[in-house]
Design a protein around this ligand. Structure first.
Ligand code: GLA
Length: 669
């Protein structure tokens, strides 16, 4: 179990370093991520390099028994880079430059940035690749975190190259983008620009490709660094830190290139769904390489600095949130950062070692946690434990949230709402693209899977034929991988398995004060209530949101019907036996009560069992091989029933009492 933090000794005088190592040992630190923002210290000018200080830090840490996850330091180019090579700077959609003075001010597609970053990585690699203290490589930092899109001239040139490789001929691109619409037909790749500021909406198929390109450019930067490390003889694991459900980077495509998945997670203490949302993130990153433990590369010990209000964690929450990661597959618990900064934008950000010193609650919680983690026996590797999968797909995320749809859809809250119905019940869930659905699951949920690739559709159909239970909808199987309608209407791929025909999206509106005419357009006057479309399902009155689609059964049974509105009488929920399995369709995004009721029905239909029978409110359970982690996140004591042995105390019980924030790691075998 790794335990530690980002370590930025370049922010401190050298006298502080031995004290750092002494206190790290006191806190149980095993590993630090070193020098993530140290480029300007390592290479103060283009022609000067200073590794002596880094040699001393690494040696000091190594002598103290602290492993180094050595950063490649390429995330924040030094001032001389930006001043000498303005072509390294990214641009916004107006073509205006992002300037230096913060961090991440590099255009991922800039050849100059790549050349300079590559040289830095090569020198670091050659110097430290055989150092016994270096146990891992930390490439760059949170790729794309602040800069979601780059529209610079470098991006323009790289985009044209990328499109040429993807489509080979301009005719193929014209067909994929549907450029007959609005006179957008291209005759040369050199006529194409990034989607810079335009009078009205960009071609949605081009937007989808620009997002793919953006993710690929960041990935190319990572791969370039990885290649340099490997060429220099690196044998340590190489990774970069992900940010869970981060829209700009399709981590599903990145994951094969990570030796170990690393993730940064900062649950918001003010979020009433903090526990569910963080569990979702952890299951998402676990699902990227389900057979391997992952590393929580950053969390905060207490408050962050970057939200409008930054309350800290309540006592005990640090250990409880940490256990959530471990229960969901993490074998490393790291923080941002070791010692709280004295200067800079993050001086109010918490750290393992607070500015207020060691006589603080945070320090005590940090050292207690270090001691506890060090004493844990070896944990089972996470495996294919989940019987349920929810389809989560980046390309679909990009496409479904484009504009000009029947209604604006936010993908993540929809997926997370469905996830919550399983989380609440203590049922493990994998989060995977449709292509990875297989007979290892009993139940698969595919909400708002608007963009459905042929291979994904084939996997879902095979799953149902082979005996699985599928719940799909709404706004699912609408377009192909180019964001174009397929011939033959909607639900062209899944309709036969679902036993329904699709007629109309029937977006739900909000009543308003009417519409105010502005030229040819009209602007809805704000306010009003969402159209109320109730339906009865599983003994619950649910309400439709976003859509009350009109689907017609063609073999399926209507389990629930819309009780009002334009779609009154049309099925809200259908169920169809198909092959050895069955396929359900929900023609709306139900409210929370509806999601819960429908989840209950399909769980029962699929015969999925929870990890423990009754999960009290506020309690979370997660399975990791033979290990069941039970956490009481609530404010009241709770009891759970499970015959098991506590791996920390060796007690064996059938019933477990848990105080607020208490964690139990239980072995069921
Ligand atoms: C991110 C970054 C860190 C730091 C933290 C602060 O995770 O990777 O460098 O800025 O945020 O929360």
């Amino acid at each position: 179990m790794l335990y530690g933090a980002d370590y930025n000794p370049d922010q401190w005088p050298e006298e502080v370093w031995p004290e750092d190592v002494r206190l790290m040992r006191e806190a149980g630190v095993t590993t630090v991520s070193l020098g993530i923002f140290a480029w300007s210290r390592i290479q103060p000018t283009e022609d000067s390099w200073d590794f002596a200080w880094l040699d001393r830090v690494i040696d000091t840490l190594h002598a103290g028994g602290i492993g180094v996850n050595l950063a490649t330091a390429t995330a924040s180019p030094p001032p001389w880079v930006s001043a000498t090579y303005p072509d390294t700077l990214p641009a916004d959609e107006h073509g205006a430059s992002y300037w230096p003075g913060s961090r991440q001010h590099f255009a991922p597609s800039s050849p100059t940035y790549r050349r300079l970053a590559g040289e830095l990585v090569r020198r670091l690699a050659e110097r430290y690749v055989s150092h016994p203290g270096v146990i891992m490589w930390h490439v760059n930092n949170e790729y794309g975190c602040h800069l979601w899109m780059d529209y610079s001239d470098n991006a323009r040139d790289a985009y044209r190259r990328w499109l040429r490789e993807r489509y080979e001929t301009i005719d193929a691109l014209n067909a994929a983008w549907g450029t007959s619409f609005w006179s957008q037909r291209y005759s040369r790749f050199d006529e194409i620009f990034p989607p810079r500021l335009a009078p009205y909406s960009h071609n949605p198929s081009s937007m989808l490709d620009f997002r793919r390109f953006t993710s690929d450019m960041l990935l190319e930067c990572y791969l370039m660094e990885r290649e340099i490390l490997l060429e220099a003889g690196a044998t340590q694991p190489i990774t970069t830190n992900f940010m869970g459900p981060f829209k700009p980077a399709d981590y599903r495509r990145w994951a094969p290139h990570m030796d170990v998945i690393a993730d940064d997670c900062y649950p918001d203490p003010t979020n009433p769904n903090r526990v569910r949302d963080a569990a979702f993130q952890r299951d998402l990153v676990r699902s990227l390489k389900p057979e391997l433990p992952w590393i929580l590369m950053e969390q905060a010990t207490d408050a962050v600095n970057w939200r409008p209000t930054n309350p800290g964690k309540a006592p005990g929450v640090l250990a409880a949130e940490t256990a959530q990661s471990i229960g969901r597959g993490a074998d490393g618990i790291m923080f941002f950062q070791w010692r709280q900064s004295r200067a800079g934008s993050e001086k109010f950000h918490s750290a393992m070692l607070p500015h207020a010193g060691t006589d603080t609650r945070i320090w005590r919680e940090v050292t207690d946690l270090g001691e506890r983690l060090a004493a844990l026996p070896e944990l089972p590797a996470p495996g294919r434990d989940a019987r349920v999968a929810i389809v989560f797909d980046w390309e679909n995320w990009w496409a479904v949230e484009e504009r000009d749809h029947p209604v604006d859809v936010e993908y993540l809250p929809i997926v997370v709402e469905w996830y919550g119905a399983f989380h609440r019940r203590g049922i493990g869930v994998d989060l995977i693209p449709a292509e990875l659905v297989d007979a290892g699951y009993d139940l698969v949920v595919a909400p708002a899977l608007y963009l459905l690739r042929d291979e994904g559709a084939e996997a879902l159909n095979a799953f149902v034929r082979g005996g699985g239970t599928l719940l799909a909808g709404p706004f699912t199987d609408v377009v192909d991988g180019h964001d174009q309608f397929r011939a033959g209407g909607f639900l062209t791929q899944l309709g036969p398995a679902l036993g329904i025909r699709f007629e109309d999206f029937a977006a739900l509106g909000r009543s308003s004060g009417g519409a105010m005419g502005v030229g040819a357009l009209s602007v809805a006057v704000a306010g009003g209530k969402q159209e109320d479309v109730p339906f009865e399902v599983g003994g619950t009155t649910a309400h439709a949101t976003l859509f009350a689609e009109v689907v017609r059964p063609e073999g399926a049974e209507a389990v629930a019907t819309f009780g009002a509105g334009r779609s009154v009488g049309a099925p809200a929920l259908t169920r169809n036996a198909h092959g050895e399995g069955e396929a359900w369709y929900v023609a709306t995004m139900p409210d929370a009560a509806g999601v819960d009721a429908i989840a209950g029905l399909v769980i029962e239909a699929a015969g999925v069992e929870p990890i423990i029978a009754e999960v009290p409110a506020g309690v979370e359970v997660a399975r990791r091989g033979g290990l069941v982690t039970v956490i009481n996140h609530g404010d009241e004591p709770a009891a759970v029933t499970l015959t098991a042995t506590d791996i920390e105390t060796d007690e064996r019980h059938d019933t477990w009492q848990l105080a607020p924030q208490q964690v139990r790691f239980l072995r069921t075998d």
